[in-house]
Design a protein around this ligand. Structure first.
Ligand code: COA
Length: 256
């Protein structure tokens, strides 16, 4: 029998594993899910009940004991529920486990936080999942590009760094971290993924010489992963997704 419930302390590793296994191969190394300490990060979120919310589908079969066969991660972004990750064990797909995971989280989060809409990013080439979301009422389609490029160090004053020491501690624990750079009166959120990448989310950061100068000074060996709405010069496209959204009540009316 399958039971869906919020993830518990001690399930960080199994939740991370379930999500990692459901990611497409081309994302290896480009997300937090392949960083060494992500299990600890999930565990920390479960314990602190902040930042991200995880639900699991547990098969309670008598012979096997409790076994996690699906997991989902939600966040709250711009006053909407954001479905960040969902994965069901390949051998158990098509049994409505994904639908039940989605329903459990949306019911809880929508009611607890009074949020009226839900959003997600999906690769349109992932056809059966894309069509599933469309049948639930998701629409929109703003494109999000994943781009990889090299740092372009230039002879300019590097942007001032904020939160670097905290990022070092986080990095040692989780294998990924975040800090900020200040340039042109704006704070740019910078992610540090594993040993090889900085991650940025605006073309303003990509086009800002002081950002490149600061990143090159911090770690010249890293490349830059840029995830945002437009192609840019000097970075290669590695993936394209679409941002879809729907009223939460409409989605729930279609779910088990
Ligand atoms: C997306 C995912 C979590 C869905 O989980 P699931 O347990 O299979 O979900 P459900 O059984 O509720 O089925 C979802 C829909 O897909 C359809 N479906 C399921 N398996 C299918 C298959 N092999 N071929 C075509 N359609 C299929 C079902 O008919 C259902 O649609 P419906 O509810 O409108 O009838 C699962 O496919 C998965 O882990 N995929 C890999 C990770 C992924 O792509 N995540 C999404 C990233 S945005």
């Amino acid at each position: 029998m399958i039971r869906v419930r919020r993830a518990r302390l001690g399930e960080g590793a199994v939740v991370a594993e379930q999500i990692r296994l459901s990611l497409p191969k081309e994302l290896a190394g480009l997300t937090i899910w392949h960083c060494g300490g992500v299990d600890r990060w999930v565990e920390r979120r479960i314990e602190a009940r902040d930042g991200a919310v995880f639900y699991v589908a547990v098969d309670e079969g008598e012979e096997v004991g409790e076994r996690v066969v699906g997991a989902v991660e939600f966040r709250v972004v711009d006053a909407a529920v954001f479905l960040n990750q969902i994965g069901v064990a390949a051998s158990r797909r098509g049994e409505s486990i994904g639908g039940r995971l989605l329903a459990a989280g949306l019911r809880d989060l929508g009611a607890a936080q009074g949020l009226g809409s839900v959003a997600l990013d999906v690769d349109p080439a992932n056809k059966h999942v894309y069509e599933w979301y469309r049948r639930m009422g998701f629409e929109g389609g703003q494109e999000i590009h994943w781009l990889l490029g090299a740092l372009r160090p230039q002879a300019v004053e590097p942007a001032p760094v904020e939160g670097w020491e905290e990022a070092r501690r986080e990095h040692a624990c989780f294998g990924f971290s975040g800090f900020r750079l200040w340039a042109a009166g704006e704070a740019h959120e910078i992610g540090k993924l594993g040993d090889a990448l900085f991650r940025i989310t605006t073309d303003r950061a990509w086009n800002e010489p002081a950002v490149h100068a600061a990143l090159a000074r911090l770690d010249a060996g890293r490349r830059v992963l840029l995830i945002q709405g437009a192609l840019v010069e000097g970075a290669d496209a590695v993936r394209r997704t679409q941002r879809l959204q729907a009223p939460l009540s409409a989605v729930l009316s279609k779910l088990p």
